[in-house]
Design a protein around this ligand. Structure first.
Ligand code: IDP
Length: 147
């Protein structure tokens, strides 16, 4: 395709990104949001809040009953979180690629978790960011965090 052609925008999506309490506490919010913007994604809504247990139970409903559910909900409610509505072409997959693998130890260098995340031992929940994993999850989660 010639460079004069308009880029394909039919995969335009929205996703929910959370900077988790460890990211906010360590002062990494700016760096994390900068990586999202540098990739060309657009932040269309942003808020900082300490989520209620009710919000977190809804947000993580797919993990209810798993051994890490309680520690996860407790950690996520332990301090302020930054929630962002982010839009862009294939942004759901794109942000998860920027975030890297779940565990900071094995997340690839170049990713948010790989470059900025720490190994906290058992506390795998401390991995800096959340990103929705599908269009359905994104819609559901954006409703929880932005109403
Ligand atoms: P993801 O955030 O990379 O999509 P998920 O498997 O959806 O990972 O898990 C949601 C969150 O639950 C993770 O980001 C992490 O904070 C936490 N988590 C996942 N697995 C474990 C675990 O084995 N122990 C403790 N926390 C976990």
């Amino acid at each position: 395709p010639s460079s004069k052609e308009t880029p394909v925008t039919h995969n335009h999506e929205e996703t929910l990104v959370l900077v988790k309490p460890d990211g906010v506490e360590r002062g990494l919010t700016g760096q994390i949001l900068a990586r999202i913007e540098a990739k060309g994604y657009v932040i269309t809504e942003l808020r900082m809040l300490t989520p209620t247990r009710e919000m977190l139970v809804k947000h993580y409903e797919e993990h209810e009953g798993k051994p890490f559910f309680e520690p996860l909900v407790e950690f996520m409610g332990s301090g302020p979180v930054v929630a962002a509505r982010v839009t862009g072409n294939r942004v759901i997959e794109g942000f998860r690629s920027l975030a890297g693998a779940t565990e900071p130890t094995t997340a690839a260098p170049g990713t948010i978790r790989g470059d900025l995340g720490r190994d906290w031992g058992e506390q795998v929940q401390k991995n800096l960011v959340h990103g929705s994993d599908s269009t359905l999850s994104a819609e559901r989660e954006l409703g929880i965090w932005f109403g």
